[in-house]
Design a protein around this ligand. Structure first.
Ligand SMILES: CC(C)(COP(=O)(O)OP(=O)(O)OC[C@H]1O[C@@H](n2cnc3c(N)ncnc32)[C@H](O)[C@@H]1OP(=O)(O)O)[C@@H](O)C(=O)NCCC(=O)NCCS
Length: 199
């Protein structure tokens, strides 16, 4: 998929998620959540080619302009929408599926100074409310909803709602019956690289 097609679907996703979005041109020009994702894609492509300083510099410059810090090593699916954006941090080993929706002040971070995979893996269509922290090498299944200001430190099956500190998982309202069964299925797989790394 060409970078322009990706931008087009990002704009469409923003207009779908945000009732305040009025037109494609406005979204393209003023949605800093999208700007951060687009610069991340460039930084990530460079990161994958083995560069280190330049991608980090792009990431920090993007943070300066948008308030959103996405480590170039993070692996992010299609149509990520970061609403409002200010204060969002996505760590180096975080993995996000498709159609993830993050609000401002969300941290997808580590819990300490561990090395290796230390940030969360987030399934498709997960929504993470404003101020929520999702910490450590944990996995949130597809279609989970994390309440605003929750602190999530344990994995959760698909279609869970997670609220509170520490967050407790409960079946999400409207979950399909199959998802409510505690089968452990639906924990996100590692994303398909072909989908994830193109800019
Ligand atoms: C969690 C959320 C996604 C709703 O998910 P849901 O699956 O529809 O959950 P429900 O509305 O059924 O709520 C489930 C329970 O969690 C509680 N709850 C919901 N959000 C909560 C939160 N942020 N903190 C604590 N409890 C919360 C509800 O009161 C309800 O409790 P009850 O069953 O005892 O009545 C939503 O409440 C939320 O926090 N969204 C983020 C919105 C946001 O950040 N907006 C910023 C706009 S600028």
């Amino acid at each position: 998929m060409s970078p322009f097609a990706r931008i087009r679907e990002d704009i469409l996703a923003a207009r779908t998620h945000d009732p305040a979005a009025r037109g494609a041109v406005e979204v393209f020009l003023v949605y800093s959540g999208l700007h951060a994702v687009w610069w991340y894609r460039l930084a990530h492509a460079l990161w994958r080619r083995g560069l280190r300083f330049l991608p980090r510099a792009i990431s920090q410059l993007t943070r300066f302009f948008t308030g959103i810090e996405i480590h170039p090593g993070a692996r992010i699916g299609r149509r990520l929408f970061i609403d409002h954006g200010m204060g969002v941090v996505i760590g180096e080993t975080a993995v996000l599926g498709d159609d993830v929706h993050l609000y401002h002040q969300v941290t997808l971070g580590g819990t300490g100074h561990a090395r290796g995979k230390r940030h969360p893996t987030i399934g498709d269509r997960v929504i993470v409310g404003a101020g929520a922290k999702v910490l450590g090498d944990i996995e949130l299944g597809h279609d989970c909803a994390v309440g605003s200001n929750a602190v999530v430190v344990h994995s959760a099956p698909p279609w869970s709602t997670l609220v509170g500190i520490p967050a407790e998982a409960r079946p999400r309202r409207g979950a399909p019956l199959a998802a409510a069964a505690p089968s452990g299925e639906g924990i996100p797989e590692q994303p398909d690289q072909a989908d994830f790394y193109m800019i």
